[in-house]
Design a protein around this ligand. Structure first.
Ligand SMILES: [Zn+2]
Length: 444
């Protein structure tokens, strides 16, 4: 679908603001939230006072790098205090809080996320940019095959879809087959899910319902929660399975929905720069990276969320700037989306290794199923990487050929040798939400 003119943009003024003006706006908003945090949150006051930093120290754009970064651990420590459960991180009186969410806590104690009603309206608004850029309109019937609960997914997607005028069908408590049948019955045109589940639903549709997912009327899919929709081979698998356009978005409970792919699919994600400051930081020097194609750590500030502000949050994600997009938005693009996490990038045999690089190789091979598992372990003193893949039944005679090709591609991409295991199709674990395909047994 090609959308023309200003109908391309949810906010035609903000999304096409000249860079200089946009930066002035961001600087003003950054200063405002910095002062709000310092004046209202014991958490920020303590971090800044201990570092000998004061908001008045930020006089120029470059000074932003002087502001101490916020780590997830800071929230946990602050939230262990009274008033429960937000402790020192809450910036408004508790009676102003109207929404509760939490992080999934896969890497420790969950972080609790309060929002005021104003914050919640802001969430729907910032998510409207995402949906609008991906072509969601009032002609869409959006199915959400996901049970919303204490976690943030897909509350914002639901309310923003209503805000832009879509009709929304919550598919929460149903199982996968029931969801597929409901989507068919209602002729849903769009859905939101993790890449793992988008592929898993397609498999269930073919195997259990003996129906081609293309027979459903899905035109567009919004992905979240995993980097898959920005991995070209995974995106292609999803688009081919559903006969639909698949778009990525990245957000986080503590931050908000801060980036999105547009219908131009520029090979990366726009940063919603009117609402968020995304800095790419040189991991060694701590300085801003402004030029394209240089990898840095992503540090994010949310400008307008007040109950528990997010100021220079160390996201642990890495990426690089790309070129500006042909859609006309002046918002910068993160090339390839999130390219890995600083805590997943690990040294194997002295070589820096990012697990997401394996996904592109596995999913670009038509003889293999969607699932795989990656395990790093030690044999004696030597690091080993095992890759488990599923050979499709129709490719059973090609095991030798696939093994050779996989070895070659993986070596090219990662500089490492892998121990490859073939498993029967359907035998590796399937996941409904986020997959846990990478294990580093050296850390356990
Ligand atoms: Zn664009």
């Amino acid at each position: 679908m090609q959308i023309q003119g200003t109908d391309r943009y949810w906010n035609p003024v903000l999304e096409t603001l000249p860079r200089k003006k946009l930066r002035e706006l961001q600087f003003k908003k950054f200063k405002r939230i910095l002062e709000w945090g310092y004046n209202n949150s014991k958490l920020y006051r303590q971090i800044y006072d201990e570092a000998g930093f004061h908001p008045d120290d930020v006089k120029t754009w470059e000074d932003i790098t002087k502001v101490p970064t916020l780590q997830k651990e800071h929230y946990r420590t602050a939230q262990a205090k009274e008033p429960w459960p937000y402790g020192d991180s809450l910036c408004v009186p508790p009676e102003k809080v109207t929404e509760y969410r939490q992080t999934s806590g896969t890497t420790g104690q969950p972080v609790y996320q309060p929002d005021t009603w104003q914050d919640w309206e802001w969430q729907s608004e910032s998510w409207s940019y995402i949906l609008w850029a991906q072509g969601f309109r009032n002609t869409d019937r959006v199915f959400i095959p996901f049970g919303y609960n204490v976690f943030t997914a897909y509350w914002n997607g639901h309310y923003a879809a209503e805000k832009v005028g879509c009709e929304v069908v919550p598919g929460g408590i149903l199982n996968t087959e029931e969801r597929l049948l409901k989507m068919k019955e209602l002729r849903a045109t769009a859905m939101m899910a993790t890449p793992t589940y988008v592929l898993g639903m397609a498999e269930t549709c073919r195997k259990k319902l003996e129906m081609d997912p293309k027979e459903l009327s899905i035109d567009r899919v919004l992905c979240a929660g995993e980097p898959g929709a920005s991995v070209p081979a995974t995106k292609q698998r999803m688009e081919e399975a559903w006969g639909a356009k698949v778009y990525d978005h990245v957000g986080a409970t503590e931050i908000g929905g801060w980036s999105y792919e547009c219908t131009s699919q520029p090979g990366g994600l726009h940063v919603n720069e009117g609402f968020f400051l995304v800095e790419l930081i040189d991991i060694e020097t701590g300085e801003h990276i402004e030029e394209p194609n240089r990898t840095g750590k992503i540090v994010i500030t949310t400008f307008d969320r007040l109950a528990q502000p997010c100021i220079r949050f160390d996201s642990k994600d890495v990426s690089m700037w790309g070129d500006f997009c042909e859609c006309g938005r002046t918002y910068r693009v993160l090339k390839g989306g999130i390219q890995g996490r600083t805590d997943h990038i690990t040294k194997v045999k002295g070589v820096l290794f990012s697990p997401v690089s394996v996904e592109e190789v596995v999913r670009s091979m038509p003889q293999l199923g969607d699932e795989y598992e990656l395990i790093v372990y030690k044999k004696g003193d030597i690091d080993q990487v095992a890759l488990k893949v599923e050979l499709l039944p129709e490719a059973a005679s090609q095991e030798e050929k696939v093994l050779h090709e996989l070895n070659w591609q993986l070596r090219l991409k990662t500089n490492l040798a892998f121990k490859i295991e073939f498993h029967p199709f359907g035998s590796l674990p399937r996941y409904e939400v986020k997959a846990r395909r990478f294990k580093d047994l050296r850390k356990e």
